[in-house]
Write a protein that binds this ligand. Sequence first.
Ligand code: 13P
Ligand code: SF4
Length: 311
Amino acid sequence: MTNKEIVDEIYRLKKEKNAVILAHNYELPEIQDIADFVGDSLGLSQQAAKVDADVIVFCGVHFMAETASIISPNKKVLIPDLNAGCSLADSMTADELRKWKSANPNAVVVSYVNTTAEVKAETDYCCTSSNAVKIVESIPQDKQILFGPDKFLGRYVKSMTGRDIKIWDGACHVHEKIGEIDFDKKMEEFPNSDFLVHPECGCSTSCMLKSEVFDCNIKIYSTEGMIEHVKNSDNNEFVIATEVGILHRLKKLRPDGKFVPMSENSVCEYMKMITLEKVLDALKYEQFVVKVPEELAKKARIPIERMLEII
Ligand code: 13P
Ligand code: SF4
């Protein structure tokens, strides 16, 4: 089958089965182009909660499909490849979190959405990179906070809020490699660019300090924050420090813009597992179903709903 035939068949089956396709900003260009909605993890959770469809084909990674299943238990959630995992979500297990909680019994647990349903069930508040500061600020001042699993996002939130936060030692294998060396090199090469940096990056803490010390355009954003910045900026040159999949959407949005990846090697192999052929098979055979058992979903829903109420 040609790509065009695959895409036509996807559209036909989507209509027949009353399905929607949700895709993360890091997905392959051809997947973003057939999606009904492309966004960051917060936007995708919000869509999953309100979308009017019987089937959600989730083009992203496993924890995102799980989140959709938790908030929309009556919809059939499909992920086109079950191996699309996340190194960050794997960096904290529910057992590890339970032990951490019992060593800090009065603390409030804030977990990034990049976690398994089991970890969410042990969590008080979920957050994403676009709302982590706001979520922490909503918690009473006198409370100590356990923040996990991403240490770079944790450090960012701690310095933005000045709160008493213990941070889990987890990271994303793609973003942690984006460090200060890449950053300083690009600053010299592109002095007039806006620098848009995801808080999961290894350089995010030093970037924050630099943005305070120098008069330069460094902004720390979730993927959707980057999209909004580029949409509204008068500049037309941007250095992008996150997974390179987002460049497709940025270039579509601002064909006049110059977009330079901080590192061309920032590729999440899990996001790239989703292909057109697998999306077609997902719709054809209604595979692979991601269903969080209701007992677990009931507990995991609480921190997600708290988050969605705050933002
Ligand atoms: P966003 O919430 O910014 O989309 O980030 C999700 C993610 O997996 C980052 O690696
Ligand atoms: Fe997980 Fe990192 Fe891939 Fe995002 S880029 S899905 S955090 S492994």
